[in-house]
Design a protein around this ligand. Structure first.
Ligand SMILES: NC(=O)C1=CN([C@@H]2O[C@H](COP(=O)(O)OP(=O)(O)OC[C@H]3O[C@@H](n4cnc5c(N)ncnc54)[C@H](OP(=O)(O)O)[C@@H]3O)[C@@H](O)[C@H]2O)C=CC1
Ligand SMILES: O=C(CO)COP(=O)(O)O
Length: 345
């Protein structure tokens, strides 16, 4: 059994720690707040973030150096906006080279980098090939209750993904592997934009037709952006694509869906974020994807609409009208063009 450090003691870091503890690993759950470490160690609960009893093999640490001392793997699960900073701290203190697996879902605005790219940029000892991502339809609330969940782990060299698969897999947490890092990371990040949209649609009182359209056309624009960056379109039909779209667009467990729902009901973005008290990754990722789509001239009308609502004070109703009145087109034209360029007959 391994010593593993989980960096980020929010909902997902806590749920993944429970999976690892169930597999017999010695888990160090790192938080940047001393009072939270004290709460977890004294009560075996992390009340703000997850309604679950925390197994005794999990010890919470406030000092990063102690948390990562002698571990064979580091799982990075802070919100994406904190990843760069945590990596800088880690880079200064790591004396050995544990495997790094990240489970955060976002793209960095400005640099437009995926989380794996940010990690290897900040960590001297690590190359892109060293990083593994874990993603898929997985609400922390359900994982914490050991309800059946499936995810995918990916690294460009299969052996790191297989290490991660062995670390996490158990009878209620099934883990697949993939070598399409770009697709796996983008699927997990971009679905948050669509989940915000699905929440808005529900908040406006629209029904299943509208939500199904958002999921399906959302998948088309995720695939378009992903394919432009070298991801396989097939990846988006898997767990970190369609799977994660379904789980976040249809569930009140999703913070992105809940934030969108409040926006649809007329709340302002700053009110929404204040009330949520947890990370809503889709807001930042909308900014990043919008910038990328503009620069690369990729058609992403749902993302464009979300950007207008979040940052330009357009109302959700105005955006729905704008989406419904777009020029007529063939449904599959760009995906077919991509496939025939890639796989000529
Ligand atoms: N929740 C879920 O079901 C899933 C989440 N994810 C992804 O996992 C990532 C984390 O999400 P989640 O755990 O849900 O988020 P939460 O909002 O539940 O928790 C975030 C945690 O990160 C901590 N944090 C914030 N900033 C820093 C920092 N600079 N340094 C160290 N710690 C920091 C917060 O501390 P504080 O309490 O002080 O704010 C908090 O403990 C996201 O990218 C999300 O998309 C992926 C799959 C499932
Ligand atoms: O990614 C998730 C489930 O797979 C969690 O989504 P939220 O961040 O919207 O809660």
């Amino acid at each position: 059994m391994s010593k593993v450090a989980v960096l980020g003691a929010g909902s997902w870091g806590t749920a993944l720690s429970i999976v690892l503890a169930d597999n017999g690993h010695d888990v160090r759950l790192w938080t940047h707040r001393k009072e939270q470490a004290d709460e977890i160690n004294a009560t075996y609960r992390n009340e703000k973030y997850l309604d679950a009893d925390i197994p005794e093999q999990i010890k919470s640490f406030y000092e990063l150096e102690k948390a990562v001392d002698d571990v064979s793997a580091v799982i990075m699960v802070t919100p994406t906006k904190a990843i760069r900073d945590v990596c800088k701290q880690l880079n200064k203190i790591l004396k050995h080279k544990p495997v790094i697996i990240h489970a955060s879902k976002g793209i960095e605005p400005g640099s437009l980098k995926r989380v794996s790219q940010v990690i290897c940029e900040e960590m001297n000892q690590y190359n892109y090939e060293d990083i593994t991502v874990l993603s898929g339809p997985s609400h922390a609330e359900e994982v914490g209750k050991r309800q059946p969940t499936t995810v995918t782990v990916s690294s460009v060299t299969g052996s790191n993904a297989e290490f991660a698969q062995d670390l996490f897999i158990n009878k209620s947490f099934r883990v697949y592997t993939s070598t399409d890092m770009v697709g796996i990371e983008l699927g997990g990040a971009l679905k948050n934009i669509i989940a915000l949209g699905a929440g808005i649609s529900d908040g406006l009182g629209y029904g299943d037709n509208a939500k199904s359209a958002l999921i399906t056309r959302g998948l088309a624009e995720i695939t378009r952006l992903g394919a432009s960056l070298g991801a396989s379109p097939l990846t988006f039909l898997g767990l970190p694509g369609v799977g994660d779209l379904i789980v976040t667009c249809t569930s009140p467990h999703s913070r992105n869906w809940r934030a969108g729902n409040m926006l649809g009901k007329g709340y302002k973005l700053d009110e929404v974020l204040e009330q949520m008290g947890m990370v809503v990754e889709g807001v930042r990722t909308t900014k990043a994807a919008h910038q990328f789509a503009k620069e690369q001239q990729i058609e992403m009308p749902i993302t464009e609409g979300l950007y207008q609502i979040l940052f330009n004070e357009k109302t959700p109703k105005e955006v729905v009208e704008q989406l419904m009145r777009r020029d007529k087109r063939e449904e599959m034209d760009d995906i077919s063009a991509f496939l025939s360029a890639k796989f000529p007959q």
